[in-house]
Design a binder for this molecule. Sequence first.
Ligand SMILES: [Zn+2]
Length: 389
Amino acid sequence: MTEDFNRDRWLADLRSRVPEVTVTEALARQLGGALLVDVREDGERASGTPAGALGLSRGYLELRIEHAEPDRHRDVLLLCGSGQRSLLAAETLQRMGYRRVSSVAGGMGAWKAAGLPVTAGLLDADAAERYARQMLLPQVGADGQAKLDAARVVVIGAGGLGAPLLLYLAAAGVGHITVVDDDRVERSNLHRQVIHADPRVGMSKAESARLSLGALNPRVRVTTVVERLRADNVEALVRDHDVVVDGADNFATRYLLAAATRRLGMPMVYAAIERFSGQASVFDPRRDDSPCYRCLFPEPPSAADAPNCSEAGVLGVLPGLLGLVQATEAIKLILGVGQPLVGRLLSYDALDMRFRELTLRRDPECPGCGAGATFDGYRDLERMCASAG
Ligand SMILES: [Zn+2]
């Protein structure tokens, strides 16, 4: 017969081995150079953590503490919600050879009740390490990283343009990414759509993209929409995002996106590719001087004048470059840094390896944003593109 587990006795036993400090004593020791570690989960810390504390979830403590604090003689204080998880965590650190570990009695509850300093949304250890090189930039820093984390970007198309730009948006820490694509991965996609992989031929592109993004940066929340963007869903799909990135390969989608972003007042990051050349620009209706997509292309060209990749062919690296121009612009828009490609059309010729920039002015006669522009609904735009084809 084993003895019944006695929780009180077990805790008392733990307390006899792990020193405890009050919250006020913890603060004094922190100010004196002790390392205060908040071992609660990311979600718990999001609503506030002791000022200056290192966020390191209990589940990752053993794996990451040595990177965060290699000095086993340093005074280390562990804090959790109520003071129990920190006791267990402290015992673990003792076993790892940390000599001066204490648990903060009462945890965050006591810390707040005593009115001690709290900061909101401090980056946890994973984020601090993951984004370290980017946050070194004064134009980014912790504030910029927080903006990226809070940002919501919708990418239409997980194809040639979407593949590189999705990967880099996720890597940069864009917090919410929506991937809209109704296609499936084909082997003929893989020479350019590097977010997918050979074993995933036949899988939904949105789902395949989600798998790659999750493997690259598990912090990013990815929403997949396995639908074709159409007149009756375009506004619902792009609404509630901060930036719309057009990675589509057809004119109907672009005209729908152009109209929806104009009406909803959202920036649209545009790129298009063909064979060995491509172009990119940003249309931002929040700026009065910004042209729209239809200032550039008032009416869709005929299908013969504008063949798509499956008809005309495309050099695999080409969408990679243009997609990264789009990712760069999206990140700049979120951070509010630099000069966006608004009013400028960047064109790229891979064979000559030449970039050119054309000034793009707002057209007063533009059917999309001019004074006489009328909007007869998204279905009209769909019909217009269908008849052009
Ligand atoms: Zn316009």
